[in-house]
Design a protein around this ligand. Structure first.
Ligand code: DQA
Length: 148
């Protein structure tokens, strides 16, 4: 268990990411979300950070958690909003509404996929984006968060 006073990084995951490991593994890889959480926790320990990893299939939960990140004084948010990335003005507005830096994360590279994935309402509001490196995208985003 990390010390409770370590700076927290929220890692928020949107719809269908609970199925990682079995969901289209040719695109998203074979790591489960728990596998990714474990790797993030190991790296966070070395960086003196605490990970708060969550997943929901519901847009409003993600909005609430973005607000909570700011209210709780989190250092940063890593956000893989799944398909809400491409549809959610509410997530865009929530990112704009908080001062906590938000880093957009994707396993795949949406720009190399279908045209409907090329627009990101999250990316338009986020501090930056890391995409296309599979589970490693989360680790790279954590490094970026540590450096903020
Ligand atoms: C994703 C990319 C999105 O386009 C897709 O809807 C997802 C996963 C990714 O991590 O590559 O659910 O966010």
């Amino acid at each position: 268990m990390p010390a409770p006073d370590l700076p927290a990084v929220f890692v928020l995951n949107g719809p269908n990411l609970n199925l990682l490991g079995t969901r289209e593994p040719d695109i998203y890889g074979s790591d489960t979300l728990d596998d990714i959480a474990g790797r993030l926790e190991d790296r966070a320990r070395e960086l003196d950070l605490a990970i708060d990893m969550r997943q929901s299939n519901h847009e409003g939960h993600l909005v609430d958690w973005l607000h909570e990140a700011q209210a709780s004084g989190a250092k940063a948010v890593l956000l893989n909003a799944g398909a809400f990335t491409h549809t959610s003005v509410a997530l865009h507005d929530a990112i704009k509404a908080i001062r906590t830096p938000v880093i957009e994360v994707h396993l795949s590279n949406p720009h190399a996929r279908e045209a409907f994935r090329h627009k990101s309402y999250v990316g338009m509001a986020a501090r930056g984006t890391i995409a296309g490196f599979g589970a490693e995208s989360y680790l790279l985003a954590l490094e970026a968060a540590a450096g903020l």
